[in-house]
Design a protein around this ligand. Structure first.
Ligand SMILES: [Zn+2]
Ligand SMILES: [Zn+2]
Length: 529
């Protein structure tokens, strides 16, 4: 009886072990087949032709370290920097380090060490197109034949994952998310955190946006000028190339209505067929904003068109209008008119603001519209407008440097003059002089910084004309308030002697009458030469 049971049991055991062996064999075969499949899918070529996120060129990338887990490391044959495949496309992302162990983690705070580790070792997950740094690799070095092609040049061709991540980071508190496992659930977002700057690898775009954030909340706006200089230095170096393209693209997103509009074709009689005039507004009245909103540019720019008519070459050359921040420029104008504060009290307010003194509680204006000094500081639309003007200037420089075979004369009023001044500073980094003359009227730009004026004037083959009026109450009030009393506007008095100073006090009674008096201003300029 028991023998029988034993026999059965043994038979069953043998059967079971056979089945087990068979299934093991089957499983291992399946595993091998699957892993082969995975391997072949993951295999990255020894060399590849692709766009490089470092140099912006379509180059050969040679594999330097082969990995089965994670992406292999490559090196760009054009710029020699380390690269890796972008998570989302065939372009190459920047790879910051080839050897994780090389990161020096001695000393410093814990957060500092983490940040350093990632700075040294974090491989950028996205190519420059996917992190939103540049709109399109293939256009990074492109030239345009005229200014109307500029917005086409700035159009992105892919989704910007970095932008999506930036919003998520704000919600999760950035680096904190790393320890929670959230990154496993959302690898795309984790990847992008690496490029937002939280982990140390700050892109210029991020640096600038946090800079403007700081400048806007700070009551002492003295650092506005220094910040502007940083923007321009960063942009200028890369003008017309990949780096400038990247920065310009980020600024372009910040000024959605940035657009060059041709107001007038050149006449057949124009002597220099490749010379154009660009006019830039910086203060839009109720009437002008109405026209700009309905895109009736010609209506909105009648003052420029009329003023230039019959004024020598300016009356016959191709004429462009640069549209930027129309809504905010209108706010700037309205704000300036609401508060009938004179220049002297603006300076008092500015100083009170800078000191943070009790005077900050004093109110200005009447009735419901009355604002305290602190509110004035925060609500002053000149702060954001002044920063935007710097960005608009960097974009103008980028557009000018990319327009083939053309030279320009730039004319700007109010904050428009600021746009021009910053464009000139950025263009100073180029050997070639693209700009002939610059005419600044009622310029919202500092008049005492010799270094900046020297830089700006080095990029014009002619002169920078600083047209000023001592009667400009708006500049005296709004500009000084925005600059916390640390800078004097060029539109209110003589700038450093680098500029050709044109005193228009005699016929310019205030900030808003400059464009109406354009012919007289131009006459005075011709007498200054
Ligand atoms: Zn490269
Ligand atoms: Zn990509």
């Amino acid at each position: 009886m028991f023998d029988k049971i034993n026999d059965k049991l043994n038979q069953a055991k043998t059967k079971a072990s056979e089945t087990f062996e068979k299934s093991r064999e089957h499983a291992s075969k399946a595993y091998e087949a699957a892993s082969e499949q995975v391997k072949s899918r993951l295999a990255e070529p020894e060399s590849v032709q692709a766009w490089c996120s470092w140099c912006g060129n379509h180059t050969e990338h040679v594999r330097t370290v082969e990995r089965t887990v994670g992406r292999s490391s490559y090196q760009c044959c054009g710029c020699n920097f380390p690269t890796a495949f972008c998570r989302y496309c065939e372009n190459m992302a920047k790879a910051s380090s080839l050897d994780v162990k090389n990161s020096d983690l001695s000393g410093g705070s814990k957060a500092g060490k983490i940040s350093k580790f990632f700075t040294d070792n974090w491989t950028n997950e996205f190519c420059s197109e996917h992190d939103g740094t540049i709109p399109d690799f293939s256009k990074a070095h492109d030239k345009i034949s005229d200014l109307s092609e500029f917005d086409e040049l700035m159009k992105p061709r892919v989704t910007n994952y970095y932008d999506i991540a930036k919003k998520t980071v704000a919600i999760t508190g950035g680096a904190a998310a790393i320890g929670t496992g959230a990154i496993l659930a959302a690898p795309g977002i984790a990847a992008a955190i690496g490029t937002t700057g939280l982990l140390g690898a700050a892109s210029t775009g991020t640096a600038i946006s946090s800079l403007s954030g700081a400048a806007l909340t700070s009551s002492a706006l003295a650092n506005l000028g220094a910040g502007g200089l940083a923007i321009i230095t960063a942009t200028g170096a890369g003008l017309g190339g990949k780096a400038g393209f990247g920065i310009a693209h980020n600024y372009f997103k910040d000024i959605p209505d940035y657009k060059f509009v041709r107001l007038r074709e050149r006449s057949a009689s124009t002597p220099d067929k490749n010379h154009c005039v660009i006019v830039v507004n910086g203060w839009l009245s109720e009437e002008e904003i109405k026209d700009v909103r309905s895109e009736e540019w010609l209506e909105a720019c009648q003052d420029w068109l009329k003023g230039l008519r019959g004024k020598g070459d300016y009356g016959t050359e191709e004429l462009w209008h640069l549209n930027w921040e129309a809504e905010n420029l209108h706010k700037v104008a309205r704000w300036g008119q609401t508060f009938g504060v004179n220049g002297t009290s603006a300076l008092t307010i500015a100083k009170a603001m800078a000191r943070g003194s009790k005077a900050a509680a004093t109110t200005f204006g009447k009735g419901a519209g009355a604002l305290s000094v602190a509110q004035l500081a925060v609500n002053n639309p000149w702060h954001p407008a002044m920063l935007k003007a710097e960005k608009a200037g960097a974009l103008l420089a980028e557009a000018i440097a990319r327009t083939e075979g053309k030279t320009f004369t730039l004319m700007g009023h109010s904050l428009g003059a600021r746009v021009i001044f910053f464009a000139l500073m950025a263009l100073a980094t180029k050997d070639k002089q693209f700009v002939k003359n610059a005419v600044l009227m009622g310029g919202a730009v500092g008049r005492e910084e010799t270094e900046s004026w020297l830089a700006a004037s080095s990029s014009v083959s002619g002169s920078i004309y600083n047209c000023f009026s001592e009667n400009d109450g708006v500049l005296q009030f709004a500009y000084q308030l925005a600059a916390a009393g640390t800078s004097k506007p060029a539109g209110l008095g003589k700038a450093v002697p680098v500029a050709m100073n044109v005193d228009c006090t005699e016929f310019i009674s205030g900030h808003t009458v400059w464009k109406d008096n354009l012919p007289r201003v131009l006459d005075r300029i011709s007498k200054t030469q």
